[in-house]
Design a protein around this ligand. Sequence first.
Ligand SMILES: [Zn+2]
Length: 93
Amino acid sequence: MGKLIFWIIVVLVALTIARIAARINVRNSARNNQGARPAQPPRGRPAPAGRAVPAEQMVRCAHCGIHLPRSEAALIGGRTWCSQEHARLGERH
Ligand SMILES: [Zn+2]
C-alpha cells in the first residue's frame, strides 16, 4: 500500500513539474515575441492585416511618387513631398 501511494505521488509531482515547465515556455515565447517586434511575425501566424512592417509610417511624394518615412517628408499644402523642390514643382502623375 505504501508503495502505491509513493508512485501516485511521483506521478503527480511529475505532472505538476511538466505543467509548470509548459507554462514557463509559453511565458518565455510570449516575451520573445514582444521583444522581436521589428523582425518578422511569429511563425505559423499571419502578419496582422493593415499594420505595415516598418515602425514609421511611409508617405508618398505627390510629385515623383517615391515612398519615404514621414519624418523625412515635407508636408506642404496638405500633401507630402520628398523635398522642398518637388513641393515647389507641384503634383504630377
Ligand atoms: Zn519627389
